[in-house]
Design a protein. Structure first.
Length: 246
């Protein structure tokens, strides 16, 4: 089993091609320029480099050994994994196919978190992100999830581009649930306990998504509170604070 400590931080900086790919996936170029990314090598499986995969890390970044082991269990091509800080609380990071892109900025804390990134899909989390317990982040079928900085996610948050199975009209055979959706979370978003974000979604800045709310296939404006299933605006002209003060 390969451990994070066994991986070698090389002198290879991030290539222009990989940088451009990250920017295209939604990574803020300023965040890429803020850290000294270096490619990791070492006792990775022989197929890792042969199949064009790349793992970059900033100084002080890490993945738990169990996550590294699971990450290298299945063959895939052209995956790009970028880790900006210590992810000691992450439970799993699974790549489900070729061309996956994952960017985890510094100050991203996913307590007991699970990330899945499918073929040609992308997960981009700008820091700071604080997920208090068991978030699930799932991008598949060419879909993408991009979160701006200053996120607070309570326990049991579920963010998924797709439903993992096909739902279709019985008469026409047309697919009616999302496939390869795009999710964008703006700056300073609070996802309350067990909230769900799925399908094509855009959430504006300074938004609070209420307890067990379901935001699905919706555009949520900035400075509102949404609640319910499906979510609806219940208060406008709001923001929120990490401070629990009167």
């Amino acid at each position: 089993m390969t451990t994070w400590q066994e991986l070698t931080r090389t002198d290879e900086a991030m290539t222009p091609e990989h940088r451009a790919r990250l920017v295209e996936a939604g990574v803020d170029p300023d965040r890429l320029d803020a850290l000294a990314w270096r490619r990791l090598d070492g006792p990775l499986p022989s197929w890792w480099n042969d199949l064009g995969n790349a793992l970059y890390a900033a100084p002080g970044a890490m993945l738990p050994d169990r996550v590294v082991e699971l990450l290298t269990t299945f063959y895939f091509h052209d995956a790009l994994i970028v880790v900006g800080g210590p992810m000691e609380h992450l439970t799993s990071l699974l790549v489900g196919g070729d061309g996956a892109t994952v960017f985890l900025d510094e100050r991203v804390i996913l307590t007991a978190g699970e990330i899945y990134c499918g073929p040609r899909s992308s997960v981009v989390l700008h820091g700071p992100v604080v997920a208090t317990r068991s978030p699930v982040i799932d991008a598949r079928n060419g879909g993408s999830i991009v979160a701006a900085g200053d996120q607070l996610w309570a326990a049991g948050v579920y963010i998924a581009t797709d439903d993992m199975h096909r739902l279709e009209d019985a008469a026409t055979g047309e697919r009616i649930n999302p496939f390869g959706a795009t999710i964008r979370l703006g700056h300073h978003v609070w996802l309350c306990r067990e909230s769900v974000v799925s399908g094509h979604v855009e959430i504006g800045d300074h938004v609070c998504v209420g307890l067990r709310a379901v935001v699905r296939g919706q555009k949520v404006p900035a400075n509102v509170v949404v609640a319910g299933s499906p979510a609806r605006v219940v208060r406008e002209g709001t923001t929120w604070s990490f401070d629990d003060t009167p």
